[in-house]
Design a protein around this ligand. Structure first.
Ligand code: SAH
Length: 362
């Protein structure tokens, strides 16, 4: 019999699991504290759980984190990890330590089916979803190694499109934010999407985490080329979805607009002016990410002058626009450089995903 992995199960689901065993809800809290506060995953070491229940748990359940192997340390303190879950593929996670905080960039899928033209992950194809255990497990493993200095921020900006792995990603976020687990605040958990519009509406129903949108172009014509899912959900519907999402949050919350600057492609002052138009009065801040090169791409990073000129147009129009300093690019850990080991089962999967994402349009 397959044992159920209790890692990554939200508290509600754990309460239900224990109810089926005839156990009270507080068992879920006890178990979560062992797993997430004490890093104990051996049922036998859980001293406040009766021997009888422990024996029962051992026969039907397990607590199995993914393997996490430190790959490389960047000169700027960034660490890249290989995440080994079930199957033949693995993914990467990146730890970015900064003054007063530690951000973990997690992966949600083996590869990615969206095939954005400037992203190394997209180029390698897609081989499936991570489980909630494998997603929460990335935080669990890194925290287990740095107990006194736990992860403070989680960004779903590693490999994969998190909104196309909706159930596992929302379960994983619920666990990360639960006080019986890591207690990370909702503002410090960020989902980044290439623009799976119907799922942004679903996310608004399911949570109030921070939202980042990978826009990268001010016109549908250009965005169709860079971010192919735009052919399904154009910029206007994406902007409407963003407004809907932040309307549901407090007044002080904003959407982060990610814009990768690619030399001669989307980085002219005219592009910047068009971007100002597109964003209109959306409550947002813009993160400008200079393109990070990877083997086999013909795109280039713009000169600092061009980058500054683009940023200036936004700032002068009153848009908060930050230049995201690239971290970890000496170890291929920067945005769009994560690849892992993915056996491509893509092209058919891609068409399927684009089609099935379309069916839920609001
Ligand atoms: N699929 C989600 C999560 C990935 S986040 C999304 O698209 O939002 C990774 C971010 O890095 C995205 O904004 C992505 O567009 C950007 N990116 C991808 N490749 C890049 C590259 N080569 N250089 C700079 N940014 C890149």
């Amino acid at each position: 019999m397959q044992r159920v992995n209790l890692l990554g199960l939200p508290r509600d689901a754990l309460i239900e699991f224990f109810a089926e065993l005839g156990e009270k809800p507080y068992r879920a809290e006890q178990l979560m504290k062992w797993i997430y506060h004490h890093y104990v995953i051996d049922f036998d070491a859980m001293s406040n759980i009766s021997k009888k229940l422990r024996e029962r748990l051992k026969t039907i359940a397990e607590i199995t984190p993914p393997g996490l192997v430190p790959l490389l340390n960047s000169s700027d303190g960034t660490t890249k990890w290989r995440v080994e879950a079930e199957g033949s593929s693995d993914v990467e996670a990146v730890l970015i330590p900064e003054e007063g905080r530690a951000t973990l960039c997690v992966s949600s899928q083996y590869g990615c089916a969206l095939d954005c033209s400037f992203c190394a992950t997209g180029k390698q194809g897609y081989a499936g979803n991570l489980t909630a255990a494998a997603i929460v497990g990335q935080v669990w493993q890194v925290n287990a190694e740095r107990r006194d200095d736990p992860i403070t921020n989680v960004v779903f900006m590693g490999m994969g499109e998190p909104l196309l792995n909706f159930a596992a990603v929302t379960d994983a976020m619920n666990v990360m934010m639960d006080d019986f687990a890591f207690g990370i605040s909702k503002r410090r958990v960020t989902i980044s999407t290439a623009g799976v519009v119907p799922k942004i509406y679903d996310l608004a129903e399911a949570s109030d985490v921070s939202l980042a949108v990978s826009l990268h172009a001010p016109t549908d014509e250009l965005r169709n080329e860079l971010v192919p899912i735009n052919r399904k959900y154009g910029i206007e519907s994406l902007m409407t979805a963003c407004r809907h999402y932040i309307d549901g949050l407090g007044k002080k919350r904003t959407v982060t607009i990610e814009y990768t600057l690619i030399d001669g492609v989307n980085d002219s002052p005219d592009d910047a002016r068009a971007l100002v138009e597109v964003l209109g009065d959306l409550r947002c801040k813009v993160n400008l990410i200079p393109f990070n090169p990877f083997p086999g791409t013909s795109y280039k990073r713009p000169s600092n002058n061009r980058i500054r000129r683009f940023q200036t147009v936004l700032l002068e129009a009153g848009l908060p626009a930050m230049l995201r300093t690239t971290r970890g690019d000496d170890i291929a850990a920067a945005c769009g450089q994560l690849v892992g080991r993915v056996e491509d089962r893509t092209r058919r999967a891609e068409r399927y995903i684009l089609r099935s994402a379309a069916t839920a349009a609001p």
